[in-house]
Design a binder for this molecule. Structure first.
Ligand code: SAM
Length: 229
């Protein structure tokens, strides 16, 4: 079975240090574990899944790929099926930022024992960063994957004092704010366009909730514009 990863999972795979035992949390189809073993990036992967359907699909795909000796499937929530020190890198991708933060919060000894966590929140990225800082995790890298004209933030974190941080570190990210690659630049422009499209109609709405939302989006817009300078 050949697996061709799309850009999002490919970028995550490329951020995994060679030779680590890797956990893929919420593996779904098990494409990432299969790719990591076939490409020789990892020699052993533990893949977890909470839902019965995807768990069975992952088992079937691992069997089809003939990789049962290298990929172990564990049924259960988040990092709970793992013991501290069992893996060096965990990938938690394709879930909401609050769900990812909850998974880490519920298993602090396991999360804290890892050298690296690669997190790919689909939404609520600032909330995930805020919670990572408050739990004592440092963001050591960030990048953007583009797939079908959609942008995906990828956050690399590990247990370490985050040091001082500000609103821009939470909203944009401590690494992304300084990373001036063309894709990051495009992403920042995209965020600015979205915020402007939300702000304009709110300017004519005089309700308390409308004004509150307007103030919030204007503050966010200021932050994203500041990063461009
Ligand atoms: C959208 S899929 C993402 C699959 C894959 N990680 C990716 O990024 O392509 C989310 C998967 O995570 C699983 N999931 C959601 N919450 C989970 C949790 N707390 N623990 C383990 N798996 C979870 C879901 O059942 C689903 O298969």
């Amino acid at each position: 079975m050949k697996v061709n990863l799309t850009n999002r999972l490919l970028l995550i795979a490329n951020m995994i240090p060679g030779g680590h035992v890797v956990a893929d949390i919420g593996t779904d189809h098990a494409y990432l574990p299969i790719y990591l073993i076939k490409e020789g990036i990892s020699t052993r992967v533990i893949a977890t899944e909470i839902t019965q359907g995807p768990f069975k699909r992952a088992l079937e795909n691992v069997k089809k790929a003939g990789l049962e000796d290298f990929i172990e499937l564990r049924h259960g929530p988040g990092l709970k099926p793992l013991a501290p020190g069992e893996v060096q890198t965990a990938v938690i991708a394709g879930m909401g930022g609050e769900t990812i933060a909850g998974i880490i919060r519920d298993s602090r000894p396991v999360a804290g024992s890892m050298k690296l966590m690669l997190l790919q929140p689909m939404r609520n990225q600032p909330e995930l960063r805020r919670q990572l800082f408050s739990m004592g995790f440092k963001i050591i890298d960030e990048d953007i994957a583009v797939e079908d004209s959609r942008f995906y933030e990828i956050i690399a974190a590990r247990r370490q004092s985050p040091g001082p941080f500000d609103d821009i570190d939470i909203a944009v990210g401590p690494v992304l704010r300084k990373k001036k690659t063309p894709i990051v630049y495009e992403y920042i422009q995209h965020k600015i366009e979205i915020l402007e499209s939300l702000i304009n109609p709110l300017k004519t709405i005089n309700t308390a909730s409308g004004q509150k939302a307007l103030a919030q989006y204007q503050r966010e817009l200021e932050i994203w514009k500041e990063v461009l300078q």
